[in-house]
Design a protein around this ligand. Structure first.
Ligand SMILES: Cc1cc2nc3c(=O)[nH]c(=O)nc-3n(C[C@H](O)[C@H](O)[C@H](O)COP(=O)(O)OP(=O)(O)OC[C@H]3O[C@@H](n4cnc5c(N)ncnc54)[C@H](O)[C@@H]3O)c2cc1C
Length: 415
């Protein structure tokens, strides 16, 4: 047996793409281990929802055992809906409809998805292992080194360690992401107060992007309603696994200019929520209420960055997936979907190499050649959308916030 028929895979990062690839390879009987920096699966509560498009759904379907894929679907929110673009007082400017593909999207809770993705990987995910670098592991392949001084040897190393990837400088030395002028402060607030939804019926199926009078500031929100209650669905389809949450919520994000955020705020949850409150005083009362009722431990600051096309891949037996290689601003909601698509594609290439006996380096190069075009299309689109919606260009901003809203009736009364 050659190297290509009995290889092993070490993945840095147990996020969406790392876990999805681990599922794919485990199903195919390939020896895979995932090394995660966090001390456990749910140490950071930052649970927001993520919209899975047809690529994300197809990747999950290919990678997960059937009951787990079913679990992702049944706990998800009803598909479809639209995004409304409004002024800061929630007067409609225009609406983008997703109804042409009503069954091709699904809104899922990210923590629930992560829990689904860890199911069945017992003994294969190692927490408290922050990858720092890799070096030659001799005949066995590469040695992945961790901050605690330990190491793991595998034929193939995959960097799925997110935007701050520790492995990127070695794998694609010329592709550090570029920062952008924008940041997001994200939060989560309960959907119901005293049993009544805080989101009016008119916005039930909408995501809303409210654009402020001042260019470069906007507020996004959308509600996440679980389809089947996670507790019951997990008991039926993945007994023994842990459903991390089950309460419907509103996810929101305040988009700001980087320079408006005082230094040292990252991780200071109270100060972040106060900043969000200060920056939304001119917005509709519904938006101010969402910020006031936010759950503190779900508040997070996220500077927007854009990945750079790798000029060369320096380590033939190592590659990267997801935000580690093609981080994008969250406009268009493609970051997670593209990460999942990478995982299914790389899984497919590796499994194919095992059955054909082709060198694993070729499988990796094939994955990179296919991934870069679709991933960087998504990066370019997200960056363009960000500039268009939050950029300083006076005319489009004026049309969005002054002209168009006047043509529409009031969607959400302020009383
Ligand atoms: C608020 C918000 C909303 C979003 N909504 C959407 C959406 O609707 N649709 C969509 O497609 N995308 C969405 N995204 C983007 C999406 O979440 C990311 O693109 C996606 O999670 C990237 O997956 P990943 O596997 O590359 O990395 P991640 O999911 O970020 O996982 C990286 C993992 O690596 C770990 N790690 C980091 N460093 C190390 C290290 N040195 N060693 C070991 N482990 C390490 C981290 O702890 C983490 O667990 C959203 C993002 C945000 C912030």
């Amino acid at each position: 047996m050659g190297i290509s028929t009995d290889f092993s895979v070490a993945i840095a990062g147990a996020g969406l793409s790392g876990l999805c690839l681990a599922q794919y390879l485990t199903r195919a009987g390939i020896d895979v281990h995932v090394y995660e920096r966090d001390q456990g699966p749910f140490v950071r509560r930052q649970g927001y929802r993520i919209i899975l498009d047809r690529h994300g759904l197809a990747a999950l379907q290919e990678s997960l055992p059937r009951p787990l894929y079913r679990l992702a679907l049944v706990t998800g929110d009803e598909p479809g809906g639209h995004v409304r673009f409004t002024d800061s007082r929630l007067r409609d400017a225009f609406t983008v409809n997703f109804k042409e593909e009503p069954h091709a999207t699904r809104q899922v809770d990210r923590l629930t998805l992560r829990s689904i993705l860890t199911t069945g990987l017992d003994g294969r995910i190692h927490y408290g292992k922050a990858a720092v670098a890799m070096d030659d592991g001799g005949r066995a392949g590469l040695r992945l080194r961790f901050a605690d001084g330990t190491a793991a040897v595998a034929s193939v190393v995959v960097g799925a360690d997110g935007v701050g990837s520790a492995l990127r400088p070695q794998i694609t030395p010329d592709a550090e992401p570029a920062s952008t002028p924008m940041v997001g402060v994200y939060g989560r607030s309960p959907l119901r107060r005293d049993g009544v939804s805080v989101i009016p019926e008119a916005l039930r199926n909408s995501g809303v992007l409210a654009i402020a009078d001042r260019p470069g500031r906007a507020f996004f929100f959308t509600s996440m309603r679980f389809g089947e209650r996670p507790r019951e669905a997990f008991a039926r389809l993945a007994p023994g696994s842990y459903p991390p949450t089950g309460d419907d919520y509103v996810m929101w994000g305040l988009l700001l200019q980087q320079e408006e955020v005082p230094p040292g705020l990252r991780g200071n949850l109270l100060a972040l929520r106060e900043l969000a409150a200060r920056m939304t005083t001119d917005f509709h009362p519904l938006i101010r209420r969402l910020v006031d009722t936010a759950e503190l431990d779900a508040t997070v600051l996220n500077p927007f960055a854009t990945g750079r096309r790798p000029g060369r891949w320096a380590v033939p037996r190592a590659t990267m997936m997801g935000d580690a290689v093609h981080v994008m601003p969250p406009f268009g909601a493609h970051g997670g979907n593209t990460a999942l698509r990478d995982a299914a594609l790389l899984g497919h290439k590796l499994v194919e190499a095992r059955s054909s006996g082709a060198p694993v380096e070729e499988a990796i190069a094939g994955y990179q050649a296919e991934m870069v075009p679709y991933a960087f299309d998504a990066v370019d689109n997200a960056a363009r959308l960000m500039r268009r919606l939050t950029g300083g260009a006076a005319a489009p901003h004026w049309v969005l916030t002054r002209v168009l809203p006047r043509l529409h009736r009031v969607t959400v009364p302020e009383a």
